[in-house]
Design a protein around this ligand. Sequence first.
Ligand SMILES: Cc1cc2nc3c(=O)[nH]c(=O)nc-3n(C[C@H](O)[C@H](O)[C@H](O)COP(=O)(O)OP(=O)(O)OC[C@H]3O[C@@H](n4cnc5c(N)ncnc54)[C@H](O)[C@@H]3O)c2cc1C
Length: 540
Amino acid sequence: MADTIKEQAASACGCGTDCCDTATPLAEVRASTGCCDDGCCDDAPAQFSGGALPHPAAGARLPIAIIGAGPVGLAAAAHVLARGETPLVLEAGTAVGASIRKWGHVRLFSPWRYAIDPAAGRLLAATDWVAPDPDAYPTGQELIADYLAPLAATPALHPHIHLGARVTAVARQGFDKMKTTGREAAPFVLHVAIANGEEETLLARAVIDASGTWETPNPLGANGLPAPGERAAAARIHYGIPDVRGAARADYSGKRVLVVGSGHSAFNAILDLATLIEETGSGTLIWAVRRRTIGQLFGGGENDALAERGKLGQRVRALITHGTLQLVTDFRVARIRDGADGVTVLSAEQALPPVDLIVAATGFRPDLALLHELRLDLDAAVESPTVLAPLIDPNLHSCGTVRPHGAFELRHPEPDFFIAGMKSYGRAPTFLMLTGYEQVRSIADALVGDWAAARQVELVLPETGVCSSDRGEGGDSCCGTTAAASADSGGVSTAPRGILTLPLVAASGCCDPATEGNCGAPTLVGAGTNVQGQGGGRCG
Ligand SMILES: Cc1cc2nc3c(=O)[nH]c(=O)nc-3n(C[C@H](O)[C@H](O)[C@H](O)COP(=O)(O)OP(=O)(O)OC[C@H]3O[C@@H](n4cnc5c(N)ncnc54)[C@H](O)[C@@H]3O)c2cc1C
């Protein structure tokens, strides 16, 4: 017999007490947010507000529709309320933060002080919510339990949030994309798939799309399409960051695993897999990246203004040094073959050793299909609003800084429609919640016609410490790289092309003013390594 509320919630959800760490009565937990990791609370009710979707009376002022109840969607709702407007939050999942639940085991690299939106914080401050330690680092699950769920439960926001409501399309009522005259006066119409398989239509006077990109990961194929064989091998591939030390432990224990892709998601997956290997004493780990060189592969290290983000790459680097991780550079996935000895990933030039499982940490892209009938101004490559693209394009931008931006940069030819949050960055990888909070503050101001406030965007983002990422495919060429990390250039004679197996010593961040102008100076050396000339410096 479970005697605490926490234990009751845990047992009712069929999961461990850790994932149900709440003092909230069980009925409330289950009815409002669901309490555990994905899968534990499948029976959580779909309708958060407990009723049908709202249809305002004829002539009534229409709400501002917000697609997605992630951190940015909920912050948008708080800002819309603060400006005296009515939000209508439509969330596809059965609980708020549905995408974050998929990576709930991952610890954020930014502390609580960067995770809480000011308007949301004000709503919470009016309740008995206890603010988390601003210097602590929550996991995704803690972000939900200690912030998003209490926020969604505030009396101010609660009635406006609708779960199990997936927006499938947005248009102007009575106007297809081609029709212009009178268009701007027409309300938006949203098609919404609800839990029982039916589709509803809702009207809104404005729309903020904060639906994120988590549901549309990039495929493994280097040309942006699923590689031949990728779909057939789907059972062997996990897109994202599997919980290999928790729910997926048995699946990954003792297995040969390949991680494809760079960035913080890859770091997180690799670190967890390496820990699993250490704990179980079995399994192998290969990491394949497209980059020819490893100059900025490991992030900004000590130069990263977010210390925990900087450390991720450095810990991965240490795994290579210790031989736990085999790195394969200059590898572009061209084909995947699933066979009796495992799944084999091939580039145009080589085949990797067969593995049991693949983790695809290849980034995400926005789902633009639901916006097809709207007039959008998106960058052809980044798929973010055009004005924003040069600020975030990993081919161009420097040091992970993005100048403050808001409604003005996020506008589209379709008035009163905005894409915010992770999705506003399109395919660019460096989005931070802080950015999204300032975006939606500005958008809410713009939607009530206060363009003066909307234009006053203020935001100081913690730099990544990485000057610029790949300039050109697999590049790092901004810093005058003098040697490619390819076995073709010597180095590891027995390793396949681009595999790095020998120790690296001495690392340099790249935004350190001390190294500015020092481009091309060797910073990674080691007998027999195939890497040199990875000098940091602000060369872009
Ligand atoms: C592993 C990982 C770690 C991260 N760590 C940090 C960090 O430390 N610090 C930081 O600042 N940022 C971090 N980020 C980046 C970013 O801040 C988060 O991804 C954040 O969750 C983005 O918030 P969002 O509200 O824009 O989108 P999401 O959190 O993705 O929320 C989108 C919501 O929309 C819903 N949705 C999707 N499609 C529809 C639809 N058609 N209709 C209705 N609802 C829909 C989804 O279910 C989801 O609930 C991290 C990202 C990842 C993946």
